[in-house]
Design a protein around this ligand. Structure first.
Ligand SMILES: O=P(O)(O)O[C@H]1O[C@H](CO)[C@@H](O)[C@H]1O
Ligand SMILES: O=c1cc[nH]c(=O)[nH]1
Length: 235
C-alpha cells in the first residue's frame, strides 16, 4: 500500500534516499547517476526514482521546500517504506567567509521553526547529523579530492522577510549556511531512528547578494549526489 503522499508500492523505495528539494533535480540526479532508474512515485508531481549505484538500490526523491513539506515526505519514507538513511542534497545561502560553490556538510541545524519544539516538549533540540554519515562524507570527499567544510547551518521558515537581526545572530554563533529543511530533517531522524545528513552547496552570498548561475548549480548537484552516493558504500 502507498502512503498519503507517496504512491510507490512497498519495496519500490530503497533503504537509502537522496533528497533534493526539487523533484526535477531528483529526476536529473537519478538519470545522470543511477543504473536503470525507474520512476516510482509522482503524487503531486513530487517525483521519486529508484535505480542502482554500484549494484545496490538507491532512491532519489524530491522533498519540496521548507520543513513542513520535507517532514511529510521524510516521515512517510521512514514509517511506510522503512527508509533508514536520508541524505539531503541542497543549496544554501552563505555567511561569513564561505565562498560561492563551497560544499558544506551540516553537522547541526538550528532553526526559527517550531517544528522540533512541538515534538520535544517546547524545549530546544540539538538537531544533529548522523555521525557515521558525516564521517563517511568527510572521508569520501577527501578520496574524491573535493573540498568540503563541516558546518553549522540554520533552517528558516522565511525565505523572504525573516527577522532582520537573524543574520547577526547567525554570524555571532558561527553559523555559515542558511536554508530551509535541515533542522527538521535532523529532528525527525532523531525521533524516527533513521540516519540523516545534509550536504549543501553555497548558491548565494548574503554579503554581496551574488547568486550562482544555473549551470553551476547543476554541477554542484552532481558533485553532492556523487558524494552522497559514496557515503552509502558499505564498510
Ligand atoms: O536547494 P534546495 O534543496 O531546494 O533548498 C533551498 O532552496 C529552497 C529555496 O529556494 C529552500 O528549500 C532551500 O532550503
Ligand atoms: O534557503 C536558501 C537557499 C539558498 N539560498 C538562500 O539564500 N536561501
Amino acid at each position: 500500500m502507498s502512503s498519503a503522499h507517496i504512491d510507490a508500492a512497498p519495496g519500490q523505495i530503497a533503504d537509502t534516499v537522496l533528497l533534493p528539494g526539487d523533484p526535477l533535480r531528483a529526476r536529473f540526479v537519478a538519470q545522470a547517476l543511477l543504473a536503470d532508474p525507474q520512476q516510482v512515485t509522482a503524487r503531486r508531481n513530487m517525483l521519486g526514482f529508484t535505480g542502482t549505484w554500484n549494484g545496490r538500490p538507491v532512491s532519489v526523491m524530491g522533498g519540496g521546500m521548507g520543513i513542513p513539506s520535507t517532514a511529510i515526505y521524510v516521515t512517510e519514507l521512514a514509517r511506510s517504506y522503512g527508509v533508514r538513511r536520508i541524505i539531503r542534497i541542497g543549496t544554501c545561502g552563505g555567511l561569513g567567509d564561505v565562498a560561492m560553490g563551497e560544499v558544506l556538510l551540516a553537522q547541526s541545524g538550528s532553526t526559527d521553526s517550531r517544528f522540533n519544539r512541538m515534538q520535544f516538549g517546547g524545549h530546544d533540540l540539538a538537531a544533529s547529523a548522523d555521525f557515521g554519515l558525516l564521517r563517511a562524507a568527510v572521508d569520501s570527499a577527501a578520496e574524491q579530492d573535493l573540498a568540503v567544510r563541516v558546518a553549522n547551518v540554520f533552517s528558516t521558515d522565511c525565505f523572504y522577510d525573516g527577522d532582520p537581526q537573524v543574520l547577526d545572530h547567525l554570524r555571532r554563533h558561527h553559523i555559515i549556511g542558511v536554508e530551509m529543511e535541515t533542522a527538521g530533517l535532523y529532528g525527525l531522524a532523531m525521533r524516527e531512528g533513521f540516519r540523516a545528513l545534509a550536504i549543501l552547496t553555497v548558491s548565494d552570498l548574503f554579503a554581496t547578494g551574488e547568486s550562482m548561475p544555473a549551470a553551476e548549480r547543476e554541477q554542484g548537484l552532481i558533485r553532492m549526489a556523487k558524494l552522497a552516493l559514496a557515503c552509502t558504500e558499505p564498510g
